[in-house]
Design a protein around this ligand. Structure first.
Ligand code: EPZ
Length: 459
């Protein structure tokens, strides 16, 4: 599979092994970085292709381990998938089974969202529960209750969510659904299920994330009738069938935010595109609060300029349009070097502050009490071996390593490969001294001792 960007060919992210990233900090970044398609759109739009009985061409698909895993889930359900560069072609006319593979779904939460389209298409679905992960319990009660409101019978046993539509035609029926929490996944599962239901559905207290809107636009391009996506009330008028489509995914706002933080923490100037500034309003506002200058060079291109001083600020993560929880860990890395005290409150997930202790290993001064982190700015960070515990935590350690003095060695980068498209290569192209090496104690020791990287020309 060759890539369309100027980056080296993306090897399969699933090949991610026990490699580590080693970063020689203190080098400014410059040039231009290309932002990939949004992970959290790609995954749910791939699930949405199950609704189509024809051909779906999806463009701007990022190179991610999670995208490959979702592809494996869809193949196991009988779909035909081919990929060329960032274009993914899916044909779901042969949806041969309602039973998703246990070992794949438990590794990829987003694959659970496919229960909506499968139930809508077949009137029956057996979907393994996604289970918890490093950041929280990740329940699916809102998904289940919404499907039950649409007429599905749902039993959960042996870790499998068994759903079926009783009665002859096996078709879900339109319903009015209120979500206790504006859950992104539940909104997406139920919106997809409702596109082929009999009658009108209304989802209240719906999630408003840009990826929800992207999914609605994808479904409407296939002939669905979804109104109000992006607001708290979404109305879906069921149709009988959805047709083939050629659709391009929005840029990844969290990748964009991560690179903006990389620029801020290294006091660099560079540009980024394509971007959607409207998807980043709270992130841009907070960066400007902190003292970073960001200019819009074009409608889809941003340029970041170095800040003289990084100022402390407070952050409360909230559902969109509030500050995104996925940007909490990257901002914590940045705020470790700000002047003053910052308070970060994580209100979306119950266990998403584990990166604080790893950042402290790099010399940060962070105290965690419950879901709140108290960050006292320090003048500098110093490199050390650290461990990424989840996707965004690993990203925060990369960002801190870019600014830390000396060598930072990051384990757990399989998390990174799940959700960032060749992050290390893109940073290297911007001038970062970052290499990916196979983890052997000899390599890691040697690099730590004399700072001379092994078998690499990158540093
Ligand atoms: C999506 O996860 C994203 N993943 C997450 O991105 C993102 O952090 C999250 O939305 C919030 O924006 C994908 O889109 C694949 P939720 P999702 O349902 O849908 C509770 C990343 O790093 N809840 O909005 O699983 C839940 O426990 C990932 O890219 C229920 O109680 O998130 C959480 O506290 C991480 N019952 C809150 O809602 C349910 O049935 C928000 O979760 C569902 C959710």
């Amino acid at each position: 599979m060759n890539s369309s960007s100027s980056l080296p060919d993306a090897k399969s992210p699933l090949e991610a092994d026990s490699s580590v990233l080693q970063i020689f900090g203190g080098h400014p970044l410059r040039g231009h970085v290309r932002i990939s398609g949004a992970k959290n759109s790609a995954l749910v739009i791939m699930a949405g292709s199950l609704l189509c009985s024809g051909d779906c061409r999806i463009r701007n698909v990022p190179f991610l381990a999670d995208v490959e895993r979702m592809g494996q889930v869809l193949s196991a359900l009988g779909l035909r998938l081919t990929r060329q560069d960032d274009i993914l072609d899916i044909n779901a006319s042969e949806l041969t089974t309602s039973k998703a593979p246990y070992e794949l779904v438990t590794q990829l939460r987003a694959s659970f969202f496919a229960i909506g389209p499968i139930l809508a298409r077949l009137g029956i679905a057996q979907m393994p529960l996604p289970g918890g992960c490093a950041i929280g319990a990740r329940p699916v009660d809102l998904h289940v209750r919404g499907l039950q409101a649409m007429g599905a019978e749902v039993q959960i046993e042996h870790g499998i969510c068994n759903a079926y539509v009783p009665g002859g035609h096996g078709r879900l029926k339109g319903a009015r659904i209120y979500l206790d929490t504006p859950s992104v996944g539940a909104t997406e599962t139920l919106m997809m299920a409702a596109t082929l239901a009999d009658g009108e559905s209304i989802i209240e207290n719906a999630a408003r994330e840009p990826e929800v809107v992207d999914l609605a636009n994808f479904c409407n391009a296939m002939g669905a009738k979804i109104y109000g996506a992006g607001t708290s009330t979404i109305t879906i008028v069921g149709v009988s069938k959805l047709h083939s489509i050629d659709y391009s995914i929005i840029p990844d706002r969290i990748e964009t935010g991560t690179f903006l933080v990389a620029g801020a923490i290294t006091r660099s100037e560079f540009s980024l595109s394509p971007v959607c500034p409207d998807h980043l309003i709270p992130v841009l506002a907070k960066l400007r609060d902190i003292g970073v200058t960001i200019i819009e060079e074009a409608p889809d291109c941003l340029r970041i300029l170095p800040a003289d001083v990084l100022r402390a600020t407070d952050i409360d993560t909230l559902p969109h349009p509030g500050f995104p929880t996925d940007m909490q860990a990257p901002f914590m890395a940045l705020l470790t070097l700000a002047e003053g005290d910052s308070i970060i409150n994580e209100s979306v997930f119950e266990n998403r502050l584990r990166h604080a202790s790893e950042l402290n290993r790099l010399g940060a001064d962070i105290r965690v009490k419950g879901n709140t982190a108290f960050v006292r700015g320090v003048p500098k960070l110093s490199g050390a071996p650290v461990l990424g515990t989840d996707l965004r935590a690993a990203a925060s350690l990369v960002l801190a390593g870019l600014a830390a003095e000396g060598i930072t060695t990051i384990q757990g980068i399989n998390h990174l490969d799940r959700g960032y498209d060749r992050l290390d290569m893109k940073l290297q192209q911007l001038g970062a001294k970052i290499i990916r090496i196979k983890e052997t104690s000899t390599d890691v020791e040697l690099l730590a001792n004399n700072g001379t990287p092994l078998n690499s020309t990158a540093l």
